[in-house]
Design a protein around this ligand. Structure first.
Ligand SMILES: Cc1cc2nc3c(=O)[nH]c(=O)nc-3n(C[C@H](O)[C@H](O)[C@H](O)COP(=O)(O)O)c2cc1C
Length: 381
């Protein structure tokens, strides 16, 4: 634990502890992965302004996201198959987030169900919605999130069709994994993962299994998920989803100022500037590079969050400086989970908090609310 100093350390440990097909599922982008790489590398092009001899005592990272108090402006992003990085992964990550005081977002494509997560948490979490062709299923899913007292619905707008991830096809990814010799070998060389997985019965998509018509076994579940993402989903649908839900709504997957304007017109409470972690449109710009023009377009109309490529507290501060009220992390918490379960998720959050706190001080600021573009350095050349 003491040698884990940065998110990259958690990634290296997760690689050793999680079977290859699931580690690769997290560590991949679509096609050439150029957008996946740009999400991370574009952060390092932004430079911070060093300020000195200012009182840096009494610092606080507390703020709000959609009106909810958070201990720092970082939420856990919705990620599918999280319960395959570590047994009961969604339940463990939700608990870690709750204890840390940051929001946890449960994916529609999670292993643990909404009800599973409710059973181990005390505070409301957020629920991410994929809209399926089977509208009865979607309505029921929204009602289940309501019954669970989820405090926000995160509608993902950038995955009506799947960007191809070569690694997943090469690895033959499925949940639960198929028992081919290759997969058995990958699991046998990860005994800790296997042991934990044998202690749980949660090994398939539990938000879907038993809730969607005709999904009674694994074969029908696989067929259902591949054909169910609705290619006809449009801005018009946001209205009925919003009505049915009736609570706070966040639209995730906005990368263009025109789409941001349309999203603001829906009356949603926030948008997430996101390219799905580089897993959808390969060749799209990084999230952080698109943030300034989206803030200029709708910053006074709707709350703006950002995800994609955040690997440090410095990255969070840069996003906040450019106008994000909050951020989401996907892979950093997945690596923590794969490396060490719940303490690993806590560790990922601690790393980011410590980096953010120190960096804020070295920029001459004491409160996250004081962070704006003035902490960024101009290109000196
Ligand atoms: C393994 C994995 C699974 C994901 N599954 C979902 C999902 O089910 N729903 C969703 O809206 N986004 C999903 N995403 C995208 C994340 O919510 C988020 O946009 C992305 O991970 C942010 O980039 P980062 O991983 O660089 O932090 C997934 C991302 C990863 C890495």
């Amino acid at each position: 634990m003491s040698t884990i100093l940065e998110i990259a350390d958690l990634k290296a440990l997760a690689k050793r502890r999680v079977p290859k097909l699931f580690f690769d599922y997290a560590d991949s982008g679509s096609y050439t992965e150029s957008t996946y790489r740009a999400n991370e590398s574009d952060f390092s092009r932004i430079k911070l302004r060093q300020r000195v001899l200012v009182d840096m005592s009494g610092r606080s990272l507390e703020t709000t996201m959609i009106g909810e108090k958070v201990s720092m402006p970082v939420a856990l992003a919705p990620t599918g198959l999280t319960g395959m990085q570590h047994a009961d992964g969604e339940m463990l990550a939700a608990q870690a987030a709750e204890e840390f005081g940051v929001p946890f977002t449960l994916s529609t494509m999670s292993i643990c169900s909404i009800e599973d997560v409710v059973s181990v948490t005390k505070k409301p979490f957020w629920f991410q919605l994929y809209v399926m062709r089977d509208r009865d299923f979607v309505m029921n899913l929204i009602d289940r999130a309501k019954a669970a007292k989820c405090s926000a619905l995160v509608l993902t707008a950038d995955l009506q069709i799947l960007g191809q991830r070569h690694k997943d096809l090469r690895n033959g990814l499925s949940a639960p994994p198929k028992l081919t010799p290759k997969h058995l070998y990958q699991m046998a060389t990860r005994p800790r993962w296997c042991w934990n997985m044998l202690q749980t019965s949660r090994r398939t998509f539990r938000n879907i299994h038993g809730h969607a018509k005709g999904v009674t076994d694994l074969a029908s579940l696989n067929a259902w998920t591949t054909e169910q993402f609705d290619p006809q989903l449009s801005w018009k649908d946001v209205e009925w989803i919003r009505e049915r839900w009736g609570g706070k709504l966040i639209i995730k997957g906005i990368l263009d100022a025109e789409d941001a304007t349309l999203a603001a017109q829906t009356g949603a409470d926030a948008i997430v500037v996101s390219n799905h972690g580089g897993r959808q449109l390969d060749g799209a710009h990084s999230s952080i590079s698109m943030l300034p023009r989206i803030v200029d377009a709708v910053g006074d109309k709707i709350e703006i969050h950002l995800d994609g490529g955040i690997r440090s507290g410095q990255d969070v501060l840069k996003a906040v400086a450019l106008g994000a009220k909050g951020t989401f992390i996907g892979r950093p918490f997945l690596y923590g989970l794969g490396a060490m379960g719940k303490p690993g998720v806590t560790k990922a959050l601690e790393i980011i908090r410590k980096e953010m706190d120190t960096t804020m001080a070295l920029c001459g600021k004491r409160r996250i609310e004081d962070i704006d573009r003035r902490i960024l350095a101009e290109n000196p050349y």
